[in-house]
Design a protein around this ligand. Structure first.
Ligand code: HEC
Length: 164
């Protein structure tokens, strides 16, 4: 108990939300047999991995004695995924792909802005990996918040907000 995440508990809740499975899409129905539709499904799986790794770190940080090896492994995973993120958005995988996606058309109409948001995540996950190797829990917590900010920064601009 007594877990406070930096200054604002609301930030911690926000990070948990970003990482949470509640935001993930399940593709139970038919997915059109096209490269674009398959790319959207693969993208969702990649984001689930990214969110899952983030949540794993977050869950450790809530413990009195966080397992630093778990944090390190997941920070490394996040950084590797962040390095691939740009490739998850090939042209034609927006709403026109014919499968549910929250990717906004702005991703492709504002490629510079989107690239900057991807770069921001990569910068923050690289730092997260670095501090997780260092093992200073306070530094890791601070960097988790910064990383959550990079997720949110892109979601606010380039992702359709969830209505459910
Ligand atoms: C550069 C932009 C960008 C960054 C940075 C980003 N996301 Fe996303 N994220 C998106 C977009 C766009 C979607 C919607 C994808 C879709 O529906 O096709 C999304 C969707 C998701 C989803 C839902 C996947 C699904 O199955 O519908 C999760 C979970 C997620 N992101 C987690 C994260 C986490 C955690 C981070 C930070 C560690 C992060 N994202 C950083 C753009 C980004």
């Amino acid at each position: 108990m007594g877990f406070r995440f930096g200054r604002a508990a609301a930030v911690a809740a926000g990070v948990a939300m970003i990482a949470g499975a509640a935001l993930a899409h399940e593709h139970m129905g038919d997915v059109p047999d096209t490269p674009a539709a398959k790319a959207v499904v693969a993208r969702h799986q990649s984001f689930k991995q990214l969110g899952g790794a983030f949540k794993a770190i977050f869950d450790e940080l809530k413990k009195d004695a966080p397992d630093k090896a778990v944090i390190r492994a997941n920070a490394q995973k996040m950084n590797a995924l962040a390095g691939q993120e740009a490739s998850w958005f090939p042209k034609g995988t927006g709403p026109e792909a014919g499968v549910k996606t929250d990717a906004k058309p702005e991703i492709w109409s504002d490629p510079k802005g989107f690239a900057a948001a991807v770069q921001k995540l990569q910068t923050e996950t690289a730092k997260l990996q670095q501090v997780s190797v260092g093992g200073d829990v306070a530094a890791i917590k601070a960097q988790v918040q910064a990383t959550g900010g990079a997720c949110k920064g892109c979601h606010d601009k380039f992702r359709v907000p969830d209505k459910d």
